[in-house]
Design a protein around this ligand. Structure first.
Ligand code: LLP
Length: 444
């Protein structure tokens, strides 16, 4: 479900006309729907809380904590939405921890992941008393033990195990295979836990896994949970671990997220469009998880925010070269790198619906950056576009702004949040002065 729809021919986010937001804050601009984010969060939370209670059966709700994967979208205003819901956070750097705290998040609900934590980051996380360090190697475990000792602290630790399952997703975002850099091999994990148990400043608190991102089938999640389950049982009886974190990775619809209908345009759900619904995901993973009889942690990122954001951009020029037509827009690969980096598909729609009718033409939608890879769509069938038309690049709420850069010395775009009929700027567009802030003439 998302809250982007046409009303009287104008693309709205919740009850706000997106053209007004573009007018007020300029383009390129990320716009997020608070309602969509909260809806996704509460549906996931409710599906878990309800467990699989059926009128006939009496299963108890499952103790769980949703740790939003901050890397997907780390704007303070977004984090604050989750913090107010009582969510936990999956963080991967000291910077993310800092952001979570600034947004009012609870460090005691933070899990700190990542293969290359620095001394400063480990010290900071110890001081803030995070819920768990998700440890990715023996070297890191030794290092955390040492640092905890030097601070007279104890470090709560879960090992990230690598279940070595096959996942159909882009190779850059598949993480659960043995050839990836992530985690500790499943058959070696028990031995590492044994070492950890002997370390004076380590508390074993859980076990974690994450198999990849943008996964649109339940099988790999279930396979991975089943593969790790015997270890989970062993750890529970030997060390009394408190939680089993199943990571994130649930995919969303990027393609055809709108379908035409009498009442306008809405988001299509269901297997026909390869979406894994929240309920399908929970229904699939709950039975094997119930057996663990442990607190379950989830680390969704994209699922919660992906379809909740769009990147608004304006057509600057139209251009024809040979057989090809181009619309050059004011957003570039520096603003949204996913198409260039993963060849990922993002639906692109005009803000004025009337433009959708009539002839459709194949066109490349490209940015102003000096690279051939700077495209958002290639040979995309679009309604006729005109210069200065506004477009929305859909499903840009996850891994959009957070992966933006200043390449070509382009200022980072602004970000806005919509809630009901209100909207507000949640990040100012950078200025040229911002571009050189912190740079010095070396005067050598
Ligand atoms: N937990 C861990 C340990 C992770 O590494 C990740 C994502 C997540 C949770 C959240 O995964 P999600 O639920 O969002 O799939 N930039 C790429 C995605 C990289 C994902 C990295 N890890 C993209 O734009 O598709």
């Amino acid at each position: 479900m998302h809250s982007f729809h046409y009303r009287e021919g104008k693309l709205h986010c919740e009850d706000v006309d997106l053209a007004r937001v573009a007018q007020e804050f300029g383009t390129p601009l990320y716009v997020y729907s608070a309602g969509t984010i909260l809806d996704h969060y509460s549906r996931l939370d409710a599906a878990f809380a309800a467990g699989r209670i059926r009128p006939s059966g009496g299963l108890a709700p499952l103790d769980h904590l949703i740790c939003y994967a901050v890397k997907a979208n780390s704007n303070r205003a977004i984090l604050s939405l989750f913090a107010k819901e009582g969510a936990g956070f999956d963080i991967v750097s000291g910077g993310e921890l800092f952001r979570v705290l600034a947004a009012g998040g609870d460090p005691a609900k933070c899990t700190f992941a990542g293969v290359g934590k620095s001394r400063e980051e480990i010290e900071y996380a110890l001081e803030q008393r995070v819920y768990s360090f998700n440890v990715e190697s023996e070297a890191e475990l030794d290092y955390i033990d040492q640092i905890a000792a030097s601070k007279g602290a104890r470090a709560p630790v879960a090992l990230r195990v690598n279940p070595d399952v096959d996942v159909t997703t882009h190779e850059y975002i598949s993480t659960g295979r043995s050839e990836n850099k992530f985690g500790i091999a499943l058959d070696h994990a028990a031995a590492v836990y044994e070492r950890a148990a002997k370390m004076p400043n380590i508390d074993i608190v859980g076990v974690q896994m994450h198999i990849g991102s943008q996964i649109i089938e339940t099988r790999p999640f279930v396979d991975a949970i089943k593969k790790v389950a015997p270890l989970v049982r062993e750890l529970k009886s030997k060390y009394g671990i408190k939680f089993f974190s199943v990571g994130g990775g649930v995919g969303i619809v990027y393609e055809s997220s709108f379908v035409s209908g009498s009442s306008g345009w809405w988001k299509e759900e269901g297997p026909a469009r390869h979406q894994l619904s929240i309920q399908q995901y929970v229904d699939a993973i709950l039975p094997p998880l119930r057996e663990a009889k442990l607190r379950i942690l989830l680390e969704p990122g994209r699922l919660l925010v992906g379809n909740a954001g769009v990147l608004l951009t304006r057509v600057r020029y139209l251009k024809q070269t040979g057989q090809k037509k181009f619309a050059i827009v004011d957003a570039g690969m520096n603003d949204l790198i996913r198409p260039a980096l993963y060849h990922s598909y993002h639906e692109i729609v005009p803000l004025r619906e009337s433009q959708r009718g009539g002839e459709r033409d194949k066109i490349d939608i490209v940015g102003p950056v000096c690279e051939t890879g700077d495209f958002f769509a290639r040979d995309r069938e679009m309604p006729e576009l005109r210069e200065s038309d506004l477009l929305a690049i859909m499903s840009a709420g996850a891994y959009g702004f957070v992966m933006a850069s200043n390449y070509n010395s382009r200022a980072l775009p602004g970000e806005a949040l919509v809630r009901g009929d209100k909207f507000a700027l949640i990040r100012k567009r950078q200025t040229n002065k911002d571009l050189i802030r912190g740079e010095f003439d070396a005067a050598l």
